[in-house]
Design a protein around this ligand. Structure first.
Ligand SMILES: Nc1ncnc2c1ncn2[C@@H]1O[C@H](COP(=O)(O)OP(=O)(O)OP(=O)(O)O)[C@@H](O)[C@H]1O
Ligand SMILES: Cc1ncc(CO)c(N)n1
Length: 264
């Protein structure tokens, strides 16, 4: 049998600024030596200063992208990012049930760094009810974990409680990213399906160049899964990659600058 090159899929929104969303995913997958494919859910007019406009795509062309990929590629792992609204969430769920693209990482993107809403409020319920049960891993940041659970997260104990609550909603494995917590270290918490858990700590860099950190860690995890890594080692590799991309800053744009995806 031919041993095909590892292929992964990002189902997300496009960031014209190239630092977050689908572009961060593709850059990460490329740097992690995985062939990146994509299903575009929405187009955003965006830069490092904010999101200026956004337009979700019709379900028909989203379906067609899934069909095209399923016909030709051997996708070994996939992720979702910006899904816009419940119509698109349902469309993605339908396609993920129809086709096998391997383990699914759900990054429940809700709000961009500048405050722009990337997911309609009404879609949160649809994500919980229909998408969460399909996910191998869900990777909320602190505000997203708060929205999913209703728990106010101010401490690491709160992160643990929220992860348990998200698991109770039907998620198998939960990674809560601690980037938004005020602390000297950037600490993330993972609760696995078997009840075991672990913390990951990295230095917290004093920088505004953090556009796309969440997309980058989740697509680095997907890349490792596509190469056949187990979930825990994929998460550990994802954390060390995102830390390096924040550490080795590049000067691009005038606001929340993008990461350095060339970092190792
Ligand atoms: N200033 C920082 N220094 C080091 N690590 C950071 C920093 N900010 C975030 N991280 C790390 O980056 C990863 C992503 O976390 P974060 O909470 O920022 O995700 P996010 O809010 O979903 O990102 P985004 O919305 O920009 O895609 C985590 O591993 C987190 O610990
Ligand atoms: C399209 C898109 N997806 C995700 C994020 C969150 O980083 C963003 N800013 N833009």
């Amino acid at each position: 049998m031919i041993n095909e090159f590892p292929q992964a899929l990002t189902i997300a929104g496009s960031d014209s600024g190239g630092g977050a969303g689908m572009q961060a995913d593709i850059k990460t997958m490329q740097m992690r030596h995985v062939f990146a494919t994509n299903v575009v859910i929405a187009i955003t007019a965006q830069n490092t200063l904010g999101v200026q406009d956004a337009m979700p795509l019709p379900a028909k062309i989203i379906d067609a992208q899934f069909d095209s990929l399923a016909e030709d590629f051997k996708i070994k792992a996939c992720k979702t990012g910006m899904l816009a609204d419940s119509t698109r969430v349902e469309c993605v769920v339908k396609n993920l049930k129809k086709y096998d693209f391997g383990p699914l990482v759900v990054d429940p993107v809700m709000v961009a760094k500048g405050g722009a809403q990337l997911l309609a409020d009404e879609a949160i319920e649809t994500i919980i009810k229909d998408l969460l049960p399909l996910a191998t891993l869900i990777t909320p940041n602190i505000p997203e974990a708060e929205r999913l659970t209703g728990i106010r997260i101010q401490t690491e104990a709160d992160m643990i409680e929220a992860a348990k609550a998200i698991q109770a909603l039907g998620a198998k494995n939960v990674l809560i990213k601690g980037g938004h917590l005020e602390a000297s270290q950037a600490r993330d918490y993972t609760l696995l399906e078997d009840g075991s858990d672990f913390w990951m700590s990295g230095p917290r860099f004093e920088t505004v160049r953090t556009h796309g950190t969440g997309d980058t860690i989740s697509s680095a995890i997907v890349s490792e899964l596509a190469k056949g890594a187990n979930l825990k080692s994929a998460i550990l590799t994802g954390k060390s990659y995102v830390t390096a991309t924040i550490r080795d800053t590049i000067q691009v744009g005038h606001g929340h600058g993008p990461l350095n995806h060339w970092a190792v």
